[in-house]
Design a protein. Structure first.
Length: 202
């Protein structure tokens, strides 16, 4: 994994025609102000449509395998089911995932990166989203994030044997994510074509 530095040869994602070439050449963000993204390291995707209506929730899978991470992030299970808002969840492409090379994980950044995965996009959605997210990360030098909701995490009965897993829903919809990610790439490319782009990065 390569990170941006003054010595990095950064090219627009449009120069990389294939997914394989993009993965091989892409540069991941840092917080440096001289990075192509200017140090703005988080892009929050909209949770509302253009008319201000809240988007439906997008499902996440695989939460049952990472319950320890949920407990570290949000506390032990209680008698009542939890339902609360999560301000920021990172969407991280995992091109080296041994089970699915198109995987996109949902991460809780307040935990260490080795234990902050809370789930994954379903395979059919990840296959559509992963390359778009990779291109946005490289082009803007920013990570992509969404809002979400915590749910579940209850236990009751004798010795707490009756219990429900923690889970999350994302405040977004796939069709809107695709449109917004494509729009970010389009606007970013237009901005970099501006004659003052290099001057403003110095």
């Amino acid at each position: 994994m390569k990170f941006f530095s003054k010595k990095s040869k950064w090219l627009s994602q449009a120069e990389y025609r294939s997914r394989a070439e993009l993965i091989d050449k892409m540069i991941w963000p840092t917080t440096g102000k001289k990075s192509p993204g200017g140090g703005n390291n988080i892009i929050m995707l909209d949770s509302e449509d253009s008319n201000g209506n809240k988007l439906s929730y997008e499902d996440v899978v695989g939460e049952s395998f990472v319950q320890k991470s949920f407990i570290k992030a949000f506390g032990k299970k209680s008698k009542e089911s939890n339902y609360s808002h999560i301000d920021l969840l990172l969407l991280i492409p995992e091109v080296n995932n041994e089970f699915d090379k198109y995987a996109v994980s949902v991460r809780y950044p307040k935990l260490h990166m080795k234990e902050n995965t809370l789930g994954y996009f379903p395979k059919e959605d990840a296959r559509v989203l992963q390359e778009l997210i990779l291109r946005v990360i490289h082009e803007t030098q920013s990570f992509v994030a969404v809002e979400g909701n915590l749910k579940g995490g209850w236990k009751s009965g004798l010795l707490g044997r009756n219990q429900g897993d923690y889970g999350i829903d994302l405040h977004t919809e796939i069709k809107y994510m695709i449109l917004e990610l494509k729009d970010i790439l389009d606007n970013s490319q237009k901005w970099q074509d501006h004659p003052d782009w290099e001057i403003l990065q110095n």
